[in-house]
Design a binder for this molecule. Structure first.
Ligand SMILES: [Zn+2]
Length: 533
């Protein structure tokens, strides 16, 4: 735009000729020249108007268009374990997709690669440059089959069952407990002010600062949802948190934020639904898994007790003032202090201090791994080496070195996160979702549904509108719809329970739309379907 005006005023060319020259300077087409003329006319008519983040917004909003991202996921998953960015390029080149999303042509390979990166939560890039479906990762499959699904199956005994959004009462269903269990899924999602159209005009005096990704101002929503009640809200009490995410705004959603949100949620449930058992399911973001500062960890322990004259062995924590706020030193850095690591636990549940007790000649000194192990019955721990070179123990080895033995002790393995502790002490169960398996958290689809409604709003740049529109969009998701989404998630769980992999599960979930479980013949059907390909 600037080039155009410069050429027009300095080179005595016509308005159109100047725009063509400006476009070609930037290796752009005549179409761009036409756009430049349009923008500049508008700019001259109202000096405050500038187009915002043209190119960033194009590609970012494309991916957010309708269910495009989800369709790409489904397509990539149907290809198999290994996919590449070219597969997206080809997929978008099909007539069906082009007409549905109003695309004139497919995207470039570079854009496809960027999209793969954006969708990284599901596809992990391997050294080969190919992407592997997170559904097939060994550690994830193990957690899915041996922890997540059995826990969900156990909970299903006492949850209400829905068919097509209406409660289905099964008289003959076994109900070992007289109380209902309500499962609350937690998640966070961000709504963008510009998530509507490719180009938006803003006045330059607006505070909406152009952001590098082109999404404009944004609002993050963190909430809980259940198939029983919808959003966690009773009367005028709600567990929802609206949050302006991003630097120089209100910061990010931290471990403290999630703790205060869940504590509010428990207060509300205590008041309004005390006769039911509540379970919270969180995704396994690091902010959710954070352990207390003084949590047990064998990582930095020495084998022998701390030698005389050496500083206290322990963990560093922030210093907190009388007002409950963090204290800073004169250099502006957070003040730190060394404190004892918390107690370990013997197999029978008694606490085991990691430090010599009062009355001991070396009271308060760290015992070292050898003594800690001896107290647990590993009599010859003193003769075992501290750790294998670089702690790369042989595969399957459990007794090779002191650090490995401690690592595998149940109390060292099962250190609860601060989030788990906060909920469990109040009688609420907590567990964590699988990485890469967003199809198991039906709140994802509720966000998607709310965003479709949100995009119908007229464009606006004021933050009040943003908040108002987001809340209205969230409230527009009906309970019947939520329950259908929940049923779909159950269908996926059933598929994984029957041993289907990610690709097979999405095929089966689609085929048996509306069902909570899959028929027993599903494996035969799969075999027939796959041999016919
Ligand atoms: Zn070892």
């Amino acid at each position: 735009m600037k080039t155009h005006l410069w050429i027009y005023t300095s080179e005595s060319l016509t308005w159109i000729a100047a725009s063509l020259k400006a476009a070609s300077t930037h290796q752009r087409s005549t179409h761009t020249a036409q756009k430049i003329r349009e923008w500049n006319r508008s700019f001259l008519a109202d000096h405050g108007k500038m187009p915002l983040n043209l190119y960033g917004a194009w590609s970012a909003s494309m991916l957010d268009k309708g269910d495009l991202a989800q369709e790409i996921h489904a397509h990539l998953q149907s290809i198999g374990k290994w996919v590449s960015a070219t597969d997206i390029v080809r997929f978008l080149d099909t007539d069906e997709i082009k007409s549905r999303y109003g695309l004139k042509r497919t995207i470039s390979l570079a854009t496809a690669q960027r999209w793969m990166h954006t969708m990284d939560y599901r596809w992990t890039k391997e050294l080969s440059g190919q992407y592997v479906d997170g559904h097939e990762r060994e550690d994830i499959v193990t957690y899915r089959q041996s922890v997540f699904l059995p826990t969900m199956a156990e909970l299903q005994w006492n949850v209400r069952v829905w068919k097509d959004g209406i409660e289905e009462i099964c008289e003959d269903a076994p109900r070992p407990q007289p109380r209902w269990t309500v499962i609350w899924y937690h998640d966070e999602s961000t709504f963008y002010a510009n998530d509507r159209r490719k180009v938006r005009w803003v006045r330059s005096d607006e505070t909406a600062v152009p952001r590098p990704k082109g999404e404009g101002a944004s609002l993050m929503v963190a909430d809980f949802i259940s198939a029983d009640y919808g959003w966690l809200r009773f009367g005028d009490e709600s567990a929802r948190v609206l949050f302006k995410a991003g630097r120089s705004r209100e910061g990010y959603f931290t471990n403290e934020d999630i703790l205060s949100q869940v504590s509010n949620a428990m207060d509300i449930l205590d008041r309004h639904r005390p006769d039911e058992d509540h379970v919270f399911i969180f995704d396994n973001a690091t902010t959710h898994l954070k352990r207390p500062d003084d949590a047990l960890s064998a990582r930095k322990m020495s084998k022998a007790p701390t030698r005389e004259g050496f500083p206290l062995w322990g963990v560093e924590t922030n210093v907190i003032g009388d007002d409950g706020k963090l204290l800073y030193g004169p250099n502006g850095k957070l003040l730190k202090q060394k404190v004892w690591m918390g107690d370990a636990q013997f197999a029978d549940g008694r606490p085991q201090s990691l430090y010599f007790p009062d009355g001991h000649p070396r009271a308060g000194i760290f015992k070292g791994m050898a003594i800690i192990l001896q107290e647990r019955g590993f009599a010859d721990a003193g003769t075992i080496r501290a750790e294998c070179p670089k702690f790369k123990c042989e595969k399957g080895a459990t007794q090779c070195c002191c650090r490995r033995i401690l690592f595998n002790q149940p109390d060292f393995v099962n250190v609860p996160s601060t989030l788990e502790t906060a909920c469990q002490t109040r009688g609420y169960r907590v567990f964590f979702l699988l990485k890469f398996h967003c199809e198991l958290n039906f709140i994802e689809q509720c966000w998607g549904d709310a965003k479709r409604k949100y995009r119908l709003n007229p464009p606006s740049s004021s933050e009040d509108d943003l908040e108002h529109n987001v809340v209205a969009a969230l409230d527009s998701v009906s309970i019947v719809k939520m329950r259908r989404f929940a049923t779909r998630a159950l269908r996926f769980m059933d598929a994984y329970r029957r041993g289907l992999n990610g690709r097979q599960a999405s095929w089966a979930a689609k085929k048996y739309r509306g069902h909570r479980t899959l028929p027993n013949s599903i494996l035969d059907e799969l075999a027939a379907q796959e041999s016919s390909r």
